[in-house]
Ligand binder design. Structure first.
Ligand code: DHK
Length: 162
């Protein structure tokens, strides 16, 4: 399935005004536009881009993504270090999954260093600000690309170099 879903956790609706020295000045609406543009460039359908301050709502959306989206991106925000419930929901999603953080959580307070989400995530992108979301779209696109069988197209680029 060449489709992805993107979820955002608590207080990310305030991006742009919330601690801009840490999270930058790009708003969540800007990030959504960046992700939509990148998904289109990558030939991916962006099923939904959503944000909630409520743990149960995020879990419901993860369950909605099951069977509909091929890949998932999540910035769990403050739920990163607390939510076994979100981890359990993510474990029911079988496709590639990228955990994104705007900031480098390992440079910050020690209580932010542990991520329950990482137990389920295929990979983690952190510290690149809004660009991290765009790079995560690229990573999902690469993982959702149909595998190319070497030499199957008779394409010179696939010929072995002797
Ligand atoms: C966002 C938050 O809201 C924090 O709770 C996390 C994450 C870091 C981010 O960098 O995107 O600790």
């Amino acid at each position: 399935m060449r489709s992805i879903a993107i979820l955002n956790g608590p207080s990310l609706n305030l991006l742009g005004e919330r601690e801009p020295h840490i999270y930058g000045t790009t708003t969540l609406a800007d990030i959504e536009q960046m992700c939509r543009a990148q998904a289109e460039r990558q030939g991916l359908e962006l099923l939904f881009f959503r944000q909630s301050n409520h743990e149960g709502q995020i879990i419901d959306w993860i369950q909605e993504a099951r069977g509909r989206a091929g890949g998932l991106m999540i910035n769990p925000a403050g739920f990163t270090s607390t939510s076994i419930a979100i981890l359990d929901a993510l474990k029911t999603f079988s496709g590639p999954m990228i955990e994104v953080h705007l900031s480098n959580i390992h440079q910050r307070e020690s209580y932010r260093h542990h991520s329950y989400i990482s137990y389920a995530a295929t990979g983690v992108i952190m510290g690149f600000g809004a660009q991290g979301y765009v790079r995560a779209v690229d990573a999902l696109a690469a993982m959702l690309r149909p595998a190319v069988k070497p030499h199957s197209f008779g394409d010179i680029a696939h010929e072995p170099i002797e």
